[in-house]
Ligand binder design. Structure first.
Ligand SMILES: C[S@@+](CC[C@H](N)C(=O)[O-])C[C@H]1O[C@@H](n2cnc3c(N)ncnc32)[C@H](O)[C@@H]1O
Length: 274
C-alpha cells in the first residue's frame, strides 16, 4: 500500500534520541525548551520556519480557534503556530514515530494543552465534519496519489468560510524531478501535479482559491544564503537533516536543484471553504 511505503520512508527508528542528542550538542537546554528552539529542525519543508511564518500570516488564526494540520510531521509548525497565536492545533500524520515525537516535544515545550497529535491517514481524517475554524497542510500532498480525496477530506473537516492554506512542491515545466528528494527516494511514492492542476482539484473539492503564491525566487535566495552560511560557519548542528537521516544532504541538494532547473515549484494556495 502507498501509505505503508510513505510511513516507512519517513520512519527514522530512534528519532527522539537523535533529536535530544543534537539539542545537547547545540547547547540547547531542555529546561524551558520552546517551539522556537526546535524550529531549526522541526519544520520539514522548504525554507523551514520562514515559510511557516508566511503560512501563519496568510491563515491568520485567532487565539482560541481550532486549527487542523494535515500531515503534521513531528509537529513543529503546529506547536509554533499554537505558541505564536494562541490557537489550538490538532495534527494528524501517517507516520507513528513522528506522532510519538510530536507529542513528546509538545510535552517538553509546555504545549500539550494547546496541541494534540493523532496517527491517521489524510484520506480518512479522524475528525467530525466541520470541526475546525481553519486548516493548513505543508509539503504532504506530493505523497498522495488521490489529491481529489485529500482535499475533499480537508474540506469536510472545515467549517464553511474557514481559511485553508495548502503548501506543496508542484511539478514545474523543467522536466521530471531528480530523485532522491526529501519526500521520496524514487518516483514510486511521488505524485506531483502542476499548480494549475492542484488549483482545479481544490476548486472541485469545495474550496475557493483566493491566491496562488509561487515562492521559487524566495527558495532560490534562501538556499543560496544557506550554502553561503555553511561555507563560512560549517553545517548547523540543528537542521531537518536530523530527521531526514539516510542521504539527507543529497535529498536536500536535489530539492534545491529541482527548483533551480524549473522541475519543481514550491507553491502555496490560500483558499476559503465554500
Ligand atoms: C515533508 S513532511 C512535512 C511535515 C510537516 N507538514 C512539516 O511541514 O513540518 C510530510 C509528512 O506528510 C506525512 N504524510 C504523507 N502522506 C500522508 C497521508 N496520506 N496522511 C497523513 N500524513 C501523510 C508524512 O508522514 C510526513 O510526516
Amino acid at each position: 500500500m502507498t501509505t505503508d511505503k510513505v510511513a516507512a520512508h519517513y520512519t527514522h527508528g530512534s528519532l527522539m534520541d537523535a533529536i535530544l542528542t543534537k539539542l545537547d550538542e547545540a547547547g540547547v537546554s531542555l529546561d524551558g525548551l520552546s517551539a522556537l528552539d526546535l524550529a531549526p529542525l522541526d519544520h520539514l519543508h522548504g525554507r523551514g520556519r520562514e515559510a511557516t511564518d508566511e503560512m501563519i500570516d496568510r491563515l491568520a488564526p485567532r487565539a482560541g480557534q481550532h486549527v487542523v494540520d494535515i500531515g503534521c510531521g513531528v509537529g513543529g509548525p503546529a506547536r509554533y503556530l499554537a505558541a505564536m497565536t494562541g490557537a489550538r492545533v490538532s495534527g494528524v500524520d501517517l507516520t507513528p514515530e513522528f506522532i510519538a515525537v510530536a507529542a513528546e516535544l509538545a510535552e517538553r515545550t509546555g504545549l500539550s494543552e494547546m496541541t494534540e497529535f493523532h496517527v491517521g491517514d489524510a484520506l480518512n481524517l479522524p475528525f467530525d465534519d466541520a470541526a475546525f475554524d481553519a486548516g493548513f497542510t505543508q509539503n504532504v500532498s506530493m505523497s498522495v496519489p488521490d489529491k481529489a480525496r485529500f482535499f475533499a477530506e480537508a474540506a469536510r473537516v472545515l467549517k464553511s468560510g474557514a481559511c485553508f492554506v495548502a503548501g506543496e512542491v508542484a511539478q514545474g515545466p523543467g522536466g521530471d524531478v531528480i530523485y532522491p528528494v526529501p519526500w521520496a527516494m524514487t518516483a514510486e511514492i511521488s505524485h506531483l501535479t502542476t499548480p494549475e492542476e492542484t488549483a482545479e482539484i481544490l476548486d472541485a473539492a469545495g474550496f475557493r482559491v483566493e491566491g496562488i503564491h509561487d515562492s521559487t525566487d524566495k527558495a532560490l535566495a534562501y538556499n543560496q544564503a544557506s550554502r553561503a552560511r555553511v561555507k563560512e560557519q560549517g553545517p548547523p548542528v540543528l537542521s531537518p537533516l536530523v530527521i531526514l537521516r539516510e542521504n539527507g544532504l543529497e535529498r536536500m541538494r536535489n530539492s534545491a536543484r529541482n527548483i533551480e532547473q524549473g522541475r519543481a515549484i514550491p507553491v502555496e494556495f490560500v483558499c476559503i471553504r465554500s
